[in-house]
Design a binder for this molecule. Structure first.
Ligand SMILES: C[S@@+](CC[C@H](N)C(=O)[O-])C[C@H]1O[C@@H](n2cnc3c(N)ncnc32)[C@H](O)[C@@H]1O
Length: 361
């Protein structure tokens, strides 16, 4: 039986209105991928194949679609410019529990690649990206933005005082690190199955920077310390059980460069990929940038809380809070805390990996 990955059930229903950060990442990534797809079209392994007039683009972790549809649409447009007679298929992948109704609503809005030109065929793949997710060897260009840092399943290790896997100390921290390594190997093994020889893949996701002193700086460390502070307050007020809080982590793991590159150094998929480029960069938080210019603490706290709710609500509801009332209480406390001090949980440590791979022949 296929195991059901359960670290998240998908993004909150308001994700499309609270994704400024992910949208900035996706926009920057799309520019790089237009070049990457041009390279994939000219790859000798593709040119040697007979079905050259078909190009398949796949976005792994598409959520409710706003960014995914724009990114794949712009790459499809690039393919049409280079090869006007080529049939482009855009596959949007996410978990079966993703809000696919919101996705299809977004796809039918004005100005998408479907409603504007109608040239590319949209398809969805409702399967965990830790498994092969499309017919074997069909993808020409794969992409994953702001998604591959999710672990496959909800950890069950005790981590008192901390709800962020890269910050968990001791043997529990080791267990989480091993889980992240195993999941990354599963992710790239599944892509080795999906991608055609000569295909390209770009992964953009949260990362851990190593500073000059050799200290790890995981993306979002301050944000997740704030999440823990709110959980801790709810424990103190008798709203959440201590045992449940001690077991809860947001199942996201920002990896280091070494973690990302490990599967390509040796192991079962080392021969299947060539690493074309990798870079960890600090991305600025649109919420802090706006606050610095308008000093509107109330707007900052509302927007920032909306962003945090977009990606964390499903995890908090499923694995800790369980009721609408407690979920609302949690985010109201987070909002109040950030309005009182707009620097307290600021997302000013957003390290993002951009990794480009070529599927070898
Ligand atoms: C923050 S959203 C990013 C969405 C989109 N790529 C963007 O840039 O706006 C992360 C997405 O990854 C998806 N995801 C997490 N684990 C997944 C898995 N195992 N398989 C497929 N999708 C997954 C979530 O459901 C969510 O929709």
């Amino acid at each position: 039986m296929l195991r059901m990955d359960d670290s998240t059930k998908g993004m909150a229903s308001n994700y499309n209105s609270n994704d400024d950060y992910q949208a900035a990442i996706a926009e920057a990534g799309a520019a790089q991928m237009r070049q990457l797809v041009a390279d994939a079209l000219m790859d000798p392994a593709r040119l040697a194949r007979s079905n050259q007039n078909s190009v398949v683009l796949c976005d792994y972790g598409c959520a409710t679609g706003q960014n995914s549809i724009k990114v794949l649409g712009s790459i499809a447009q690039e393919v049409c410019t280079i090869e006007p007679d080529t049939q482009v298929t855009c596959i949007h992948n996410d978990l079966p529990t993703n809000d696919w109704t919101d996705f299809f609503t977004a796809l039918q809005a004005d100005g998408t690649y479907l409603t504007d030109s109608g040239g590319a065929i949209p398809m969805v793949s409702a399967r965990s990206f830790f498994e092969p997710s499309v017919p074997t060897g069909t993808v020409t260009l794969g992409f994953s933005g702001s998604a591959a840092h999710w672990l496959s399943s909800q950890p069950t290790v005790k981590s008192p005082g901390c709800c962020y896997p890269p910050l968990v100390a001791g043997s529990a921290g080791d267990e989480l690190r091993q889980m992240a390594a195993a999941d990354w190997l599963r992710f790239v093994t599944a892509r080795a199955a999906d991608l055609a020889p000569g295909a390209r893949m770009q992964v953009q996701c949260l990362a851990t920077n190593i500073d000059e002193g050799g200290h790890p700086q995981p993306a979002g460390g301050r944000l997740l310390r704030g999440v823990w502070a709110v959980i801790d307050g709810m424990v103190s007020d008798g709203l959440v059980a201590q045992d449940a809080a001690d077991l809860y982590v947001l199942a996201v793991y920002p990896r280091t460069t070494d973690d990302f590159l490990a599967p390509f150094v040796d192991g079962p998929v080392a021969e299947s990929f060539e690493v074309l480029a990798h870079d960890i960069a600090l991305v600025s938080s649109p919420y802090s940038v706006k606050y610095q210019s308008d000093k509107d603490a109330s707007a900052y706290a509302k927007d920032y809380t909306g962003f945090v709710r977009g990606f964390s609500e499903s995890s908090l509801r499923e694995h800790l809070l369980h009721t609408d009332a407690l979920v609302d209480e949690f985010f109201e406390r987070f909002r109040v805390r950030n309005e009182a001090d707009p620097t307290i949980d600021a997302y000013d440590d957003c390290y993002e990996m951009t990794l480009q791979l070529r599927r070898t022949a």
